[in-house]
Design a protein. Structure first.
Length: 554
């Protein structure tokens, strides 16, 4: 298990420490991460993962990996596999403690029978519309179901018929008998079981009744001996129901503690809405690098370490807030700046012919692999008569503070001396600059220049596809639809641009997942679509927060 960096104590850690001092759970700390396998994990889940596993590690306990697989119509093995891969990628390990709610289906069923025998659960045949009407609203008590006082023997018979598949979907449910006048709607005789004749990805067709999440969740924690059940704030109102179930059964009772979920600017965190993006083809799948899913972030080249650092800095609070995505990008740059090898790539190539270098003559330059890591050493880069430079590094009529190449002006070539522009070749019809000519001076020439540009040797340049990713949404809080717009109305049309670039030969044979800093350009990761000799790069992040400048915040 990866140890999280030492983080400031928070109210959850204070509660755990208090329990340890009091011996509340026999000196144990057992947490769990319990996702539903009905989609891919996103950056919000990363906060919970770091908290669940990090708390267990901090106090010498263990964290269970558990799937709440109680809804067979929405769950798939694909999602199970992706979630396990994501948690491992983040740096955490559950060891032998991998569990599923479906492991406990029989035990949950037996607990339900026990409540029926106690007269605290009953089978109800209200339609969904009637159920909603009888439940009422928070300011008005609900009404008791006509089935609420069925005899125990009849409830046992009907529940067994449900179990045996003798009733159609939606015709009967098992409800807890609690309090129809409670101001907490979750306590107004909630449903415990519903009928679903559906194939389950683990149990097959063994069951045709499935436990509701609120019935299953607390029981799973209890069965596994979880001590601290860490949940996001939306589960706070559910806690009295979890407590009631456990108290009626007289079983192990974990302590539930709620914290604020992560909300990130320019990002959608709703799994339902992320699924909508995928199903409507607005993105290219769950692992689209513009998606906030961990699979998408990984494909984009975001390091797991950066996500852990980000989650640590965001911290654990009791109040909802909107975290600026720039903070995540800050940690991405911080990690990649330290570990990413430097390479030269030209995104908008413009050929520069250095006429005083003879045809076929080449020089070797030593380029630094990573100035942050002296042990990374250097690499040789060939330099000859023709090179590619960035089109944006030339201006025919330079602005006042433009210190790159211009007619009659000189510039430093990274690692390779100096270039002076002597001629501009343009398209006579359009006036577009097609090529530059100039002459070269070696590094020891001592020219005084203010600008340095990167380049790629034309004779050895490797063509590459570069995908320039930006934020998927142009609205700071796309989830806010109070203005009458839908979140899909705010998709950023500039969120992806695909260009053909040229890169230095060292980038010809790279492996998917490899990350680099393209000098003066940004951080890029090799996409799984890459093939030997035909690299494909995804932009992970720019070198600076250009978005903040555009938005007027920088």
């Amino acid at each position: 298990m990866t140890e999280s960096p030492a983080a400031p104590r928070n109210f959850i850690h204070e509660a755990v420490e208090s329990d340890l001092q009091a011996g509340t759970f026999g000196g144990q700390v057992v947490t769990r991460f319990p996702p539903e396998p009905n989609g891919y994990l996103h950056i919000g889940h990363a906060k919970a993962i770091c908290l669940d596993f990090g708390t267990a590690t901090k106090y010498g306990g263990r964290c269970h990996m558990r799937f709440d697989d109680t809804n067979p119509t929405a769950e798939e093995q694909e999602f199970v596999d992706s979630i396990l891969a994501d948690v491992r990628w983040l740096g955490f390990d559950w060891g032998e403690h991998l569990y599923y709610a479906s492991d406990y289906f029989q035990q949950m069923h037996d607990y339900a029978v026990e409540l029926i025998k106690q007269g605290k659960a009953y089978v109800c045949d209200l339609t969904p519309e009637q159920f909603k009407d009888y439940r009422g609203v928070p300011t008005r008590p609900g009404r008791e179901s006509p089935n609420r006082n069925r005899p125990v023997e009849e409830n046992l018979r009907l529940f067994e018929e449900m179990r045996q598949g003798q009733h159609p979907d939606g015709s009967l449910v098992l409800r807890a008998k609690i309090d129809m006048a409670s101001p907490n709607l979750h306590m107004r005789d909630p449903t415990m079981y519903r009928i679903k004749h559906a194939h389950h990805h683990r149990t097959g067709d063994t069951w045709c009744i499935y436990p509701m999440y609120d019935w299953a969740h607390g029981l799973e924690d209890s069965i596994e001996g979880v001590t601290h059940s860490l949940c996001t704030l939306e589960f706070e109102v559910h806690r009295p129901l979890y407590d009631w179930f456990l108290e009626q059964l007289g079983v192990w009772h974990p302590k539930q503690i709620e914290f604020a979920r992560l909300n990130l600017s320019y990002t959608i965190m709703s799994k339902r809405k992320l699924q909508q993006l995928v199903e409507e083809g607005l993105v290219q799948g769950w692992d689209d690098p513009r998606m906030p899913t961990l699979a998408g972030l990984r494909r984009r080249g975001v390091p797991a370490e950066a996500i852990r650092k980000f989650c640590e800095e965001v911290g654990i609070t009791k109040y909802e807030s909107l975290t600026d995505v720039a903070l995540l990008e800050h940690h991405v740059r911080g990690v990649l700046n330290r570990i990413a090898p430097r390479r030269m790539a030209v995104l908008r190539p413009l050929k520069l012919v250095l006429e005083n270098i003879p045809e076929g003559e080449e020089h070797l330059c030593e380029a630094v692999n990573n100035p942050e890591d002296p042990a990374a050493g250097t690499r040789p880069v060939r330099f000859g008569r023709e090179i590619y430079m960035e089109h944006d590094d030339f201006m025919e009529e330079p602005a006042k503070k433009f210190f790159r190449l211009a007619p009659g002006k000189s510039v430093r070539l990274r690692y390779a001396g100096f270039a002076t522009c002597t001629e501009v070749i343009k398209d006579p019809a359009t006036g577009e600059v097609l090529e530059l000519h100039g002459h070269w001076d070696p590094p020891d020439a001592g020219l005084k220049v203010k600008g340095t540009i990167h380049w790629v040797p034309a004779a050895h340049a490797v063509e590459a596809e570069v995908r320039l990713y930006d934020r998927l949404f142009a609205k700071e809080n796309p989830a806010d639809e109070s203005d009458g717009t839908r979140f899909t109305d705010h998709i950023n049309p500039e969120s992806l641009k695909v260009i053909r670039a040229v890169v230095e030969p060292a980038l010809a044979d790279v492996a998917p997942g490899d990350s680099f800093q393209f000098e003066r350009t940004g951080y890029f990761c090799v996409d799984p679509d890459a093939r030997p000799g035909t690299p494909v790069f995804n932009r992970t992040a720019t070198l600076k927060d250009t978005w903040a400048k555009v938005a007027g915040r920088g």
